[in-house]
Design a binder for this molecule. Structure first.
Ligand SMILES: [Zn+2]
Length: 259
């Protein structure tokens, strides 16, 4: 596994940075951690998704967890939100967090998260935390803004028992779009139009899996999106093996980009 450069501090005054804390799929393909991206701006530092392995990945990257303001969730699959019970437990018992932590996610996330916390650590969902959790329900097409961050969710074609989103995130005058998990949908054109960074799932090389994108499909559509920079993530072994043979940027765990 590649050595990590520790991510010191959180907020970044030298322009926005995005770090791929985890760039893997649900199956641990390539030995990669589940999906989790960290965005560091001038005034805010937050995660996009927090998969089951994300607490380990955040600690491997030496992230100051107390400096995180919160997390924005694309959808409620374990490899995208399953790390939250661990993160919250660490905040309560290890880092002794006192600052509020925001969680923005699709309708139903509060009940799903409570059930997950209770299943993994009985009693944890009802114990009084020493910090506030500030929640917001994201709805397709409705821009949510708070604390210098704005996010517009776009409906994805994916199935997770609740709405699944691609997210268009605005912060520090930059636009980061993340597809979440999705089959091809025209909403990705609106979500990613002109984005400074478009992170797109690309689960497979040439065969479209249900609810996911292949490179064959995505490559034909990218010109219609017109993002300034495209980075692929969430790749299966077949895609990981082939991505090096063609001209496309791919994510890797620990990779930091200037946005
Ligand atoms: Zn998913």
């Amino acid at each position: 596994m590649a050595a990590y450069a520790p991510v010191s501090g959180c907020q970044n005054n030298n322009g926005m940075r995005l770090t791929f804390i985890g760039s893997g799929d649900a199956f641990g393909s390539g030995g990669r951690f589940n999906t989790c991206f960290m965005v560091r701006g001038r005034r805010s530092c937050f995660l996009i998704d927090c998969g089951a392995t994300s607490l380990i990945a955040l600690k491997r990257a030496a992230v100051d967890l107390d400096a995180l303001d919160g997390v924005i969730l694309t959808h409620l699959h374990g490899d995208h939100f399953g790390g939250l019970p661990f993160l919250l437990l660490d905040a309560q018992l290890m880092s002794k967090r006192r600052r509020p932590f925001f969680i923005w996610g699709p309708d139903g996330f509060k009940a799903r998260l409570a059930a997950l916390r209770e299943a993994l650590f009985p009693g944890s969902s009802t114990v009084a935390l020493k910090f506030a959790i500030e929640t917001a329900i994201l709805r397709a097409g409705i821009r949510h803004q708070s604390g210098g961050i704005a996010v517009t969710p776009y409906l994805a074609v994916h199935s997770a028992g609740s709405p699944c989103f691609a997210l268009r995130v605005e912060c520090d005058g930059k636009i980061i779009t993340y597809s979440g998990d999705t089959a091809w949908t025209e909403t990705l054109i609106d979500a990613g139009r002109g984005a400074d960074l478009f992170i797109c799932e690309c689960s497979s090389f040439d065969r479209d899996l249900p609810g996911h994108l292949s490179w064959r499909t995505l490559a034909a559509k990218l010109p219609s999106i017109g993002a300034r920079r495209v980075v692929l993530t969430h790749m299966n072994p077949d895609m990981l093996a082939q991505a090096e043979s063609f001209d496309v940027e791919t994510a890797s765990d620990g990779l930091t980009l200037a946005v």
